[in-house]
Ligand binder design. Structure first.
Ligand code: PA5
Length: 396
């Protein structure tokens, strides 16, 4: 279950123009990139993902996932959220593609030398430099220990249905493949094989995730209100939104939110810059700025109600955490820093599904309210085309 409190620590006046709201909602459903809401994965594909994930779990110590941006962040965030802090899973999932660091790649290559390995390469375009380079490196390594026939069991490609170099690779080599539908943009692709396959390998219940996701898509009114609230805050000079969490394992989820909002809204000199803090750690560092520094920040707290609790003397840890959250929001309000609170009844996979589609809806609504396209990323494309001038990607 999810609850919203956009009022207790936030006095911002929000005026909803109902005609505009109707127009924006119908724009969402008719956008050519609305696949995240109109073209949801079906049971057949879920079964295929589960079956491939079972094969990987049977034959591999390690799954290497090669992806970046929207083809990486979602599954990584959820993996981090549900991992044990100390236990290593039976099939480890190691992510590559988010840097071109020789040190990191050398260590990965060394680490997998005496292990059974599968690879999931994920790129919607199939032309992203990091992914093309690292896939080539890893494939060369795997060729040293596996036959072509064995490679066909161990290389899984997730990409566009028809276009791109990776699709050509599937057609030429006969590798198993999944599709990122053309009407679903990278950062909206959480409910596609791009993320569901690595999560299934980690034994995360992707069916519950999907159920939650579908429930979250019904939260149109809450998402629209939150989006309107954010834009009203922006118009009053609050240009930064701090996503604040009180569980360490939510940190990468805030990274996912940051990508979603940042890449969608940050256009035409507009948009709210997303940052995040992990508390109580950051209360003893950035908390000072948020309380009394340049007054351009508002906060959205993601609060988790825990079912487990530890008693230390007379004090329950959950009550202490909750009391700290209330205290921080109260103190920040004295400093004119508003807080929204989103509460999950527990850190369940279904609740995370609900939260994720809620954030996607909010992102689209906020972007439309700013008058920008939530689904493109012209700035990112610009940097990619500059790279292409310097490195001949077609030769990789
Ligand atoms: O949200 C997006 O569209 C981007 O972040 C892309 O996912 C990212 O640039 C990676 O692109 P691709 O999947 O084509 O390699």
């Amino acid at each position: 279950m999810i609850n919203f409190d956009f009022k207790t620590y936030n006095d911002t006046e929000v005026i909803i123009d109902n005609d505009k709201k109707k127009e924006i909602i119908s724009k969402l459903y008719s956008d050519k990139m609305s696949g995240f809401i109109n073209n949801i994965i079906d049971d057949t594909e879920i079964r295929q993902i589960l079956s491939v994930s079972n094969e990987i779990k049977k034959n591999s110590d390690v799954l290497l996932v090669i992806g970046i941006g929207g083809s990486f962040m979602g599954s990584f965030a959820i993996k981090e959220m549900f991992k044990s802090y100390f236990k290593i899973p039976d099939t480890e999932v190691i992510y590559l593609g988010t840097n071109l660091s020789t040190n990191y790649l050398e260590e990965v290559v060394e680490y997998i030398k005496d292990k059974e390995v599968s690879v999931n390469v994920i790129s919607k375009s199939g032309t992203t430099l990091e992914i093309s380079l690292i896939y080539k490196l890893i494939k060369e390594e795997l060729k040293k220990k596996y036959s072509n026939e064995e490679l066909r069991k161990r290389i899984i490609i997730t990409t566009d249905k028809e276009k791109g170099k990776l699709r050509e690779e599937v057609n030429n080599e006969g590798y198993t493949s999944f599709e990122i539908p053309s009407d679903i943009g990278g950062r909206y692709s959480l409910m596609t094989a791009a993320h569901l396959l690595p999560l299934a390998v980690l034994n995360i219940d992707i069916v519950s995730l999907l159920n939650g996701y579908k429930k979250g898509l019904e939260l149109i009114d809450d998402a629209y209100f939150y989006a309107s609230n954010r834009v009203a805050l922006f118009n009053s000079g609050k240009y930064i939104e701090n996503f604040s969490v009180y569980e360490d394992n939510l940190y990468y989820y805030t990274e996912w939110i940051k990508q979603l909002f940042g890449e969608s809204e940050g256009k035409n000199n507009l948009g709210i810059f997303p940052i995040s803090t992990v508390n109580t750690r950051d209360l003893h560092s950035l908390g000072q700025f948020i309380q009394e520094g340049h007054n351009i920040i508002f906060e959205t707290v993601i609060k988790i109600e825990n079912s487990k609790d530890i008693k230390i003397g007379d004090i329950s840890l959950n009550s202490a955490n909750s009391a700290v959250i209330d205290s921080v929001c109260t103190a920040h309000k004295y400093g004119n820093t508003e807080s929204n609170i989103i509460t999950l009844s527990s850190l369940s996979i279904e609740n995370v599904g609900i939260l994720s589609s809620f954030f996607m809806l909010t992102t689209v609504f906020s972007s439309y309210l700013f008058g920008v396209d939530p689904f493109n990323q012209p700035g990112v494309e610009k940097y990619k085309s500059e790279v292409a001038k310097r490195i001949n990607i077609s030769k990789i």
